[in-house]
Design a binder for this molecule. Sequence first.
Ligand code: SAH
Ligand code: SF4
Length: 356
Amino acid sequence: MAKKPNIRDLSLPELEAQMLEWGEKKFRARQIHQWLWQKGAGSFAEMSNLGKGLRDQLSAAFDIAKAQVEDTQRSSDGTIKYAFRLQGGQLVEGVLIPTAKRVTACVSSQAGCSLDCKFCATGFLKLQHNLHHYEIFDQVQILRAQAEVEFGRPLSNIVYMGMGEPLLNYRNVLRSVEMITSPEGLGMSPQRITVSTSGIAKMIRRLADDGVKFEFALSLHAADDATRSRIMPINDSNDLATLREALTYFYEKTRTRVTYEYCIFKDVNDSLAHARDLAAFSRLIPSKVNVIEYNAVPEAGFENTTRARMDAFIQYLEKEGVIVNVRRSRGKDVDGGCGQLALKNWEPDMLKAPAS
Ligand code: SAH
Ligand code: SF4
């Protein structure tokens, strides 16, 4: 049987046209839209303010294909990791992270990743699927409901820091943000959303051209080309000079402060010389730096640095006037920390061949 189109690929005007074509009243489209994007309906049968005839007609013509929670794992620190099964069969992971002030949802934009950052669990997985915008949206909608159930608090922040490189699935990421922020969707503020990239210069310029309003984070992890290329092969084609130009362009167009993510690895990027390069890089445009504790991925062969070296690194940055936040690892005991998503429960053929 031919696959039915997903109704969530239709915009509100397109839904309206469909209703008129079927001889229905135009306002039915808005009702369906609300069920899909505000109430999170997973089936047409739930759409109780539509007549049975229309519900049946919708089911015959369209799918909703909502992502399903397949598994959850609870960390001792309150973090909960969710495995989502997509309609195509792929698994992706999302994480709900409660802190005193926030409840943050971390969502995936791709199943696997085409990039090969040496320290990241997702980087070991082949890219299997670029998530549709509604598959990203589903993770947010489910995690938003879970925040209320689990913590009795509303979801406050969303970070695109799960599996995958958001800027290599650009259109779907932007469209998901649109529905998360739209009053006809979840109505959340774009300032509560952070999209993180490993640094695709061309797409950073595109973000600037599109005038995006969300927060923007660049995974820097080293501010000299030799070190960065060693841990992030994407740096060979998007080196620091290229990124500097793209960032300057981004700032000129958006006037948005950028956040640099700096995961700190023992004996790789944790010296004061590295801190000096980072401080210099961070002066390019208004920015802040998140120094992140490494969540060790055993297969990767990197270690977290010592507390003493991390403290010295941070002190140096602060002395240089850099705005620094320290991100302690969360959800480690369920492999739910940043960059730990995905190495378990995967079939061997989903793994990339080891680098020769
Ligand atoms: N692909 C995007 C977003 C997903 S990764 C990116 O690279 O930015 C989200 C963040 O987790 C990135 O800053 C990434 O460098 C970081 N990260 C990856 N593996 C990690 C690990 N094992 N421990 C801590 N952070 C990690
Ligand atoms: Fe992909 Fe980001 Fe992991 Fe790099 S850090 S492999 S870009 S998910």
